[in-house]
Design a protein around this ligand. Structure first.
Ligand code: SF4
Ligand code: SF4
Length: 325
């Protein structure tokens, strides 16, 4: 286990920039937090999950699939330097793990792995949640976990690369400190996890009537915010652009809350109402993905509830569902 004092934090990340394209939570001039580089603002590791989804670094909102000219087709090259992405709380690490499994299923998504392969992931836990709240330790799912307690950062490497980048830092006797945090975390309220399992079970048993989805769907203004912030949303559409003699094919995130999401060329739309689209958004995460991938694909990161202007993020909908059915 390695130790990192508060005043050495900035220097530690700066020392990694030669080898890695370092992205970490930073504070922007307007006071908000975002994933950025050290040149964009001071590190801001405390405060919990960032508003934007970290998986966008590997699956960005828009990216070229290939360009085509008279000379042939060209695929995008991998980045010059691998990414080092720091600052993922345990639930974001779980989301990233899901996306890794999703994009590695045949046919493997080469674009995603162009950026993901070789990337070093640094998780965050301990007393770095919102307002200093305790985030339970991840215990894996990353190369290196940074655990905050009152005295500083404790660094737990889980991979060879995680151990290599921390090799120069002082060793620390932090086992007791970590054990204390684990004990405290075991007492944390896990009612959201129980809610998730109960809501998933209601959907599996088909206990939620269409009238419920009509009611919830009526409240959706199709702003697409829930999909844009969700770290496990992976739907995209394709657009071709032509610039003189070059044609570029791009993929862009799509949203299941938009009317045209599943509309077919014939005009038939299997998701032709807000009720069906809203049902799909929730059902997909809690039931369909569980059936297809063996796991629920919502990891309760909290973003869709924070962003939805009409109060129908997934936790709000699950609460209503469980209370009524
Ligand atoms: S809480 Fe919302 S945004 Fe977060 S993983 Fe679940 S569905 Fe996605
Ligand atoms: S954020 Fe809310 S209002 Fe906007 S599309 Fe999603 S469910 Fe609808």
């Amino acid at each position: 286990m390695k130790l990192l004092t508060f005043h050495r934090l900035m220097g530690f990340f700066a020392s990694l920039e030669e080898e890695w394209d370092v992205r970490l939570p930073i504070r922007l001039p307007d006071g908000s937090r975002a994933l950025g580089s050290l040149a964009d603002g001071p590190p801001s590791l405390q405060g919990g999950p960032l508003p934007a989804k970290p998986t966008a670094l590997f699956f960005p909102q828009e990216e070229p699939l290939f360009t085509a000219t008279d000379q042939g087709m060209h695929s995008p090259s991998p980045p010059d330097r691998p990414l080092l992405v720091a600052g993922l709380p345990p639930r974001d690490l779980a989301c990233l793990g899901f996306m890794d499994r999703f994009f590695s299923a045949p046919p493997r998504d080469d674009l995603y792995f162009n950026r993901r392969q070789g990337a070093l992931i640094v998780g965050l836990s301990g007393r770095c949640g919102p307002g200093g709240a305790l985030l339970p330790l991840a215990g894996g799912g990353c190369d290196l976990e940074m655990v905050l307690d009152e005295c500083g950062w404790l660094l737990l490497p889980y991979s060879q690369e995680g151990a290599r980048v921390t090799a120069e830092l002082p060793e620390g006797d932090g086992e007791e400190r970590v054990a204390r945090l684990r004990e405290e975390a075991a007492l944390l309220d896990d009612s959201d996890q129980r809610l998730l399992r109960r809501a998933a079970e209601l959907l599996r048993l088909e206990r939620v009537p269409d009238s419920f989805w009509a009611e919830i769907g009526d409240r959706c203004i199709a702003c697409t915010g829930c999909n844009l912030v969700c770290p496990t949303c992976s739907c995209f559409g394709i657009k071709d652009w032509r610039f003189s003699e070059v044609v570029e094919r791009n993929r862009l995130w799509d949203s299941c809350q938009l009317e045209g999401f599943m509309r077919e060329a014939s005009g038939h739309n299997p998701l032709g109402s807000e009720a069906l689209r809203t049902r799909r958004r929730i059902h997909h995460k809690l039931a369909a993905d569980r059936e297809k991938w063996g796991e629920i694909s919502c990891f309760l990161c909290g973003r869709c509830d924070a962003v939805c202007p009409t109060g129908i993020g997934i936790v709000a909908v699950m609460r209503e569902m469980v209370a009524r059915f």
